[in-house]
Design a protein around this ligand. Structure first.
Ligand SMILES: *Cc1c(COP(=O)(O)O)cnc(C)c1O
Length: 229
């Protein structure tokens, strides 16, 4: 049996330890529970334990779950690949989108954001390890696209997101995350008001915190192994 409540406590302990080591403030770091492939019951259990931020990769699964969960204070994050024909449903149902990797997608999310909702919070996804298999902008493409996205109405560019190549080499983990932090600093120096580094997963959250992560996206360390979809 997976004990979600105790897993959450353990993850929070790892976060607290890493925060202390890097002399940071735990209030600057949000824990997002990545509930992709997990059941509505699993989400309810995490909610009952105090978890409020949840992230999903697959739009249809997310919409199905949202229909069944109406607890107050839930914040939904979209972190999956985005096809053009999915932008309307995403911008209608989510509070955050971390996986924007081209201007056209940002434009559609902006145009289609319902007027009664606050601006959609957006991060640009960076392919920080330059992997052919991963989506995301290169660091070279980033400045121009960030400026363009930042000017769009109805969305608010908050920062950057990355899924670095998997490695257990903590030195390499930190190197990728450091490049992310430096990219964010450069954009801020150009006048963009950004405050978010969405980076750090179950196996590398310590390195991410050491390099300035403000949002951790944690799946397996909370919910156990992903289920078949
Ligand atoms: C699945 C996923 C996560 C969570 O990964 P874990 O290793 O299970 O913590 C984080 N971010 C994205 C974009 C994901 O797809």
């Amino acid at each position: 049996m997976i004990d979600i409540k105790s897993n959450l406590t353990q993850v929070q302990q790892r976060i607290d330890d890493a925060v202390k080591r890097s002399h940071r403030d735990s209030r600057d770091i949000s824990l997002i529970a990545v509930s992709k492939t997990q059941s509505v019951d699993a989400i309810r259990t995490a909610y009952a334990a105090g978890q409020r931020h949840f992230a999903e990769n697959y739009l249809q699964h997310a919409l199905d779950k949202m229909q069944q969960i109406h607890e107050p204070g839930l914040v939904w994050h979209f972190i999956g690949a985005i096809q053009s024909n999915k932008t309307r449903a995403i911008t209608e149902h989510f509070d955050w989108v971390h996986s924007v990797d081209r201007l056209k997608i940002a434009q559609r999310l902006a145009e289609q954001r319902p007027a009664h909702l606050p601006p959609l919070n957006v991060c640009l996804q960076i392919n920080i390890s330059n992997e052919a298999s991963k989506s995301g902008l290169t660091l070279e493409q980033l400045p121009e696209i960030a400026v363009a996205v930042n000017q769009l109405p109805h969305i608010r560019l908050r920062g950057l997101m990355a899924i670095p190549a998997h490695t257990t080499d903590t030195h390499l983990q930190r190197q990728y995350f450091r490049q992310m932090r430096q990219a964010l600093e450069q954009l801020k120096a150009q006048g963009l008001a950004l405050d978010t580094l969405s980076m750090g997963m179950s196996n590398d959250l310590e390195a991410a915190i050491a390099e300035g992560a403000t949002m951790l996206r944690i799946g397996t360390a909370i919910f156990g192994p992903r289920l078949k979809t």
